[in-house]
Design a protein around this ligand. Structure first.
Ligand code: ADP
Ligand code: MG
Length: 463
């Protein structure tokens, strides 16, 4: 049944990519066991019959679809509740002898299937890290060892490190890859040490497991800070693997010299190569979104460019949140059976944009209203006309100047301006902006209006 468990783990990884974190953690993560495989049906053990109902109703079709991608059409999933499974097992136990299971402290941790080089989008922020990663993957332990990748959370460190693993494994399927987070390493170490007092098998298992690595991947090494015992153990392991020409890759939220760990370990990390991943710019964020889209829907053209621009403009801190926003948008539209358009993106994401951004963003919303009032007063029109669909010449002109001022003086994004002006799309706003930008160079009346508006705003409105 190991093969089937492996299949389920793979499907689970794919479900992880296509569901938001809460759904995944609640619905799929707890399923870790198979009850039986019969007539090509893999029976998963779930908590209770309510879960069975939910899974069948909402997810089974998708699960089977994913399974068929990796295992062929004939396989499918079924469910059994824990209670039911135990019941059945008890009755069988009378006849069969269940082999005793040797408890182990370390479960093998797999690489996430979708974290490959081909799924990693490169741009200015990560090109160097990507290039070195490919180098390491092409010739492990030869050129760059250890390889140290650092950067803020959610920028792709784990993804890149995992991609190296996949690449090496593809070229050499016998490579033994040990992936661990530093946190897991610490936990394993404590378990091994404590259990060790009674039974040396656990300490041996710890050593055997970690020392067997041909490729050792350690995620979030900063977690070793202030844990002296684990650092000592890690140092020994590092020396052992390094001396045996094994490739070591480490990720961290900061450069090695800023780690709160013992000096000799820090100095080991600087033997090889350190590279960092920076925050992606708008261009890269848009490219990443387009890359992720193909995992979520079949026809990616259904999502217009202004939606991608909007999401990329509003989620600029890290790629994980960017991806989360895209998922939320897609599942929102799918759930309500509505188009993947700009207005629906605003509907789906507005709430998380205003909560995730600092209060300054909320203030900005108020500011825009105030600014609009001052501009409308200058043109002697109603503030509503700035956001109305009316094409009346005077409104159009006032609107264009509002765009220009919001962009140049207040540094607002085109999408934010669009939404402040009645939900106009990115292209319209961009066009208005360019028009004024050009006209101002030759038309002194326009220049005068802009100057007057700016001086009014400076007088009547303080940020
Ligand atoms: P970190 O380890 O730096 O916290 P992760 O590697 O977990 O970040 O990345 C967070 C999410 O963002 C993952 O789903 C990852 O696939 C995605 N991601 C980050 N950078 C990129 C990129 N350049 N191209 C595609 N996906 C990316
Ligand atoms: Mg990570």
């Amino acid at each position: 049944m190991n093969k089937e468990l492996e299949l389920w783990e793979q499907v689970k990884e794919m479900l992880k990519a296509s569901n938001d974190e809460a759904t995944f953690n609640q619905t799929f993560a707890p399923i870790t066991e198979i009850y039986k495989v019969q007539n090509n049906v893999i029976y998963l053990i779930v908590n209770n019959s309510l879960d069975i109902f939910r899974l069948k109703r909402f997810y089974l079709v998708k699960m089977n679809e994913l399974l068929s991608q990796i295992a062929g059409e004939s396989m499918s999933f079924g469910f059994i509740s824990k209670a039911e499974a135990e019941e059945q097992l008890k009755s069988q136990q009378k006849e069969t002898v269940i082999p005793t299971v040797v408890p182990t402290i370390i479960k093998k941790r797999n690489l996430r299937a979708e974290y490959t080089f081909s799924n990693f989008i490169t741009g200015e922020a990560n090109r160097e890290a990507f290039t070195f990663s490919v180098k390491v993957a092409e010739s492990p332990h030869v050129t760059i060892n250890p390889f140290y990748i650092f950067g803020d959370v959610g920028l792709g460190k784990t993804h890149l490190m995992t991609a190296i693993g996949h690449y090496i494994l593809e070229n050499n399927p016998n490579t033994n890859i040990v992936y661990t987070t530093a946190q897991q390493f610490v936990e394993d170490f404590y378990k091994a040490k404590n259990k060790n007092q009674k039974n040396t098998a656990f300490a041996d298992e710890f050593d055997n497991y970690y020392r067997s690595a041909d490729l050792f991947l350690v995620d979030d090494i900063q977690y070793l800070a202030d844990r002296q015992g684990s650092q000592d153990e890690f140092f020994k392991l590092f020396e052992y693997l390094f001396e045996n020409n094994k490739q070591i890759i480490v990720t961290s939220d900061r450069p090695a010299n800023e780690l709160n760990i013992m000096a000799r370990l820090k100095s080991r990390f600087s033997w090889g190569m350190q590279t960092d991943i920076k925050k992606p710019n708008q261009l890269l964020r848009e490219a990443i979104l387009r890359g992720k889209l193909k995992f979520l829907i079949s026809d990616t053209d259904e999502v217009p460019a202004n939606v991608i621009t909007y999401i990329a403009e509003n989620f600029d801190e890290n790629v994980r949140d960017l991806e989360g926003a895209l998922r939320r948008f897609i599942s929102y539209c799918v759930s309500f059976n509505i188009d993947f358009n700009y207005d629906n993106a605003v509907l789906a994401l507005d709430a998380i944009i205003s909560t995730s951004k600092s209060s300054s963003n909320n203030n900005t919303k108020l500011h825009i209203e105030k600014i609009k009032e001052i501009i409308a007063a200058y043109f002697n029109i109603n503030v509503k006309d700035l956001a109305s669909p009316s094409r009346k010449q005077e409104f159009v002109y006032a609107r264009q100047l509002t765009v220009y001022i919001l962009k140049t003086k207040y540094n607002q994004t085109l999408t934010a301006i669009g939404s402040a002006l009645g939900g106009r799309d990115h292209a319209t706003i961009s066009h208005a902006f360019e028009k004024i930008q050009e006209a101002i160079k030759t038309d002194s009346n326009i220049k005068e209006d802009v100057d007057n508006l700016i001086s009014n705003l400076d007088k009547q409105y303080k940020i």
